[in-house]
Design a protein around this ligand. Structure first.
Ligand SMILES: Nc1nc2c(ncn2[C@@H]2O[C@H](COP(=O)(O)OP(=O)(O)OP(=O)(O)O)[C@@H](O)[C@H]2O)c(=O)[nH]1
Ligand SMILES: [Mg+2]
Length: 148
């Protein structure tokens, strides 16, 4: 099955994001069940161990995912940038996610701009708690999968 991996430091909100994305999908499927059946793509969301954990098993997941979500929650994101290189080298399409965006006064926009500037990657602000940005992220994931 096609895999989408969720990467980030410990407590960056990986598991919460996995549930938010899953919930979104279930709601959509309920509302548009007739439309979804014919064009359904089955995707496995892969939750990983923090990239800041020693001997992280995320290393293994990085080899098998087609699309990788790299979560960033604050302005020290050197480790995440190193992982982005690693994921790209392994052939994954990387989407940067400013996670827990509800915690920022500006919704994470200034951090997103800073990350985008150095990484050159599409960066989306998402809150699993309020649901802000979840639908946009879901769309972007599907776009990336369709492109491959
Ligand atoms: N305010 C806010 N808190 C969040 C959000 N997402 C997660 N959290 C909180 O952040 C903490 C960590 O969330 P998790 O989803 O468990 O993070 P994780 O990256 O899976 O953590 P580990 O598996 O331990 O590495 C929990 O207390 C969550 O309630 C969010 O969008 N907004
Ligand atoms: Mg977790």
């Amino acid at each position: 099955m096609r895999q989408v991996g969720i990467f980030g430091k410990r407590k960056s909100g990986k598991s919460a994001l996995m549930y938010a994305l899953t919930r979104q999908k279930i709601i959509q499927d309920a509302a548009f069940s007739a439309m979804e059946i014919s064009g359904v793509t089955r995707v496995m969301l892969v939750d990983t161990v923090g990239v800041d954990v020693e001997d992280s098993t995320a290393e293994k997941s990085a080899q098998s995912v087609e699309v990788a979500l790299m979560l960033i929650t604050d302005d020290s994101f050197e480790l995440e940038l190193a992982w982005i290189s690693k994921l790209k080298k392994a052939g994954s399409s990387v989407i940067v996610v400013i996670s827990q965006a509800d915690k920022f006064a500006d919704g994470g926009e200034s951090l997103a701009a800073a990350v985008k500037e150095v990484s050159g990657l599409k960066t989306l602000c998402v809150s699993s708690q309020t649901g802000a940005g979840v639908a946009e992220l879901d769309e972007e994931i599907n776009r990336r999968l369709a492109e491959r």
